[in-house]
Design a protein around this ligand. Structure first.
Ligand SMILES: Cc1ncc(COP(=O)(O)O)c(C=O)c1O
Length: 389
């Protein structure tokens, strides 16, 4: 019997666990000991799924809509998403180009399998959402990490794209708004990225899963400038449906057939009840709830931003979307992992070290999520004050 190490694919060596999960497990342990932990590590809205969606799910259950759906998802939902692109972004996207996936995670799995081959290189920012690297490693390809700093709004410059590409580069994966940094790509930058990808024969993939949760007037979709780009999106964040496992991708016309074959093979279909429930996400009643929640996130952002600055965290004053501060702690500590561990163990405040999101200056940064109530944020701030005194 070979040992486990020989049985594992060699690629598994590169696939890291989320450090945020370690933080969450440790927080749960502390809670079992009877202490209240302030959770500022979690990347999901603290609000329950909006009632219109829950009611629609109950209806779907009562009607027995529990079978597989068509592989690319129910048509009404794809149509509703297409209408949203028209309404919010002024672009006409055929529902045929939209495929419903089990979360954005399912969409990223599909697109990685469709677009990336062993030995390829894919340009990503450092920091970025940790799974992106891992999807690429799983395909025996190489993430090509571009270090991005607060001074450049944590998005890559054209000079960097040219500097970090190699003859192996097949794709450029960006996020707007980004996790962990909360920054967006304005239309000019999307245009530049699109031109660069075309000139360099690379595909352009933009993760837009935090769309809706923005604090700027205009948050463009890459589809406004390039209908050959690939988009990943989700019902998890703005629509508050993390546990329902529902997302979508938009692919260029020529890729619809292959993408559909992949959905059949990888998932058969996304969860049926979640799909029927999500139809209610496009009603005025649901939209009013989402908008109220977005305002709550905006209030939390401004409160927490002020307090963190007073405490000595260096943060960008330009958090444009999502629900995170990616804060520089070099005035407070020389190691983000120790900083996060001590804050949790001694003061019961959970935040995530920058090392979850990449290597570049990762020990100087922490991610602080405002995915908890104002009352808890105030308690978190008080505790951090005590910790730093
Ligand atoms: C940037 C980004 N992409 C994708 C995902 C995966 O989301 P989903 O719940 O839709 O699978 C996340 C989750 O936090 C994320 O932050």
């Amino acid at each position: 019997m070979p040992d486990q190490q020989t049985m594992l694919s060699p690629q598994m060596e590169y696939v890291n666990p989320f450090r945020v999960m370690t933080v969450m497990n440790r927080a749960a342990e502390i809670e079992r000991q009877g202490h209240k932990v302030v959770h500022m590590e979690v990347g999901e809205p603290d609000f329950p799924t909006a009632l219109p969606i829950v009611n629609e799910a109950k209806n779907a259950l009562d009607k027995g809509l529990t079978q597989y759906t068509s592989a690319s998802g129910i048509y009404e939902l794809r149509e509703a998403i297409a209408n949203r692109y028209q309404e919010k972004h002024g672009v006409r996207v055929s529902p045929d180009r939209i495929l419903i996936t089990p979360g954005a995670s399912g969409g990223l799995t599909l697109l990685a399998n469709m677009l990336v081959a062993p030995g390829d290189g894919v340009l990503l920012t450092d920091p970025a959402y940790p799974c992106l690297r891992n999807f690429i490693y799983m395909l025996s390809a190489d993430p090509q990490l571009i270090p991005v700093s607060m001074e450049q709004n944590f998005q890559p410059t054209l000079e960097q794209l040219n500097q970090y590409k190699t003859d192996k580069t097949v794709g450029l994966w960006l996020a707007s708004p980004s996790n962990p940094t909360g920054t967006i790509l304005e239309k000019l930058r999307l245009n530049a990225a699109s031109d660069w990808a075309k000139e360099n024969g690379a595909h352009l993939l933009v993760d837009e899963i935090y769309h809706g949760l923005q604090y700027v007037e205009d948050l463009p979709s890459v589809l406004e400038v390039d209908d050959t780009a690939f988009v990943v999106s989700s019902f998890s964040k703005y629509f508050g449906m993390t546990g329902w496992r529902l997302g979508w991708i938009v692919v260029p016309e020529d890729f619809v057939e292959t993408a559909t074959i992949l959905t059949q093979n990888l998932f058969i279909s996304a969860p049926s009840i979640a799909q029927y429930a999500a139809l209610a996400a496009f009603t005025d009643e649901a939209e009013a709830i989402f908008e109220e929640r977005r305002k709550a996130f905006a209030d939390r952002k401004s409160y927490l931003g002020n307090e963190l600055t007073k405490l000595g965290f260096k943060i960008s004053d330009n958090i444009q979307g999502a629900f995170y501060f990616y804060a520089n702690i070099s005035q407070l500590s020389d190691d983000s992992e120790n900083f996060c561990r001590d804050l949790l163990d001694d003061h019961y405040v959970a935040i995530t070290p920058g090392t979850d999101f990449g290597d570049y200056k990762a020990r100087e940064y922490v991610r602080i999520a405002f995915t908890t109530s104002m009352q808890d944020l105030q308690l978190g701030v008080e505790r951090m004050k005590a910790a730093l005194a």
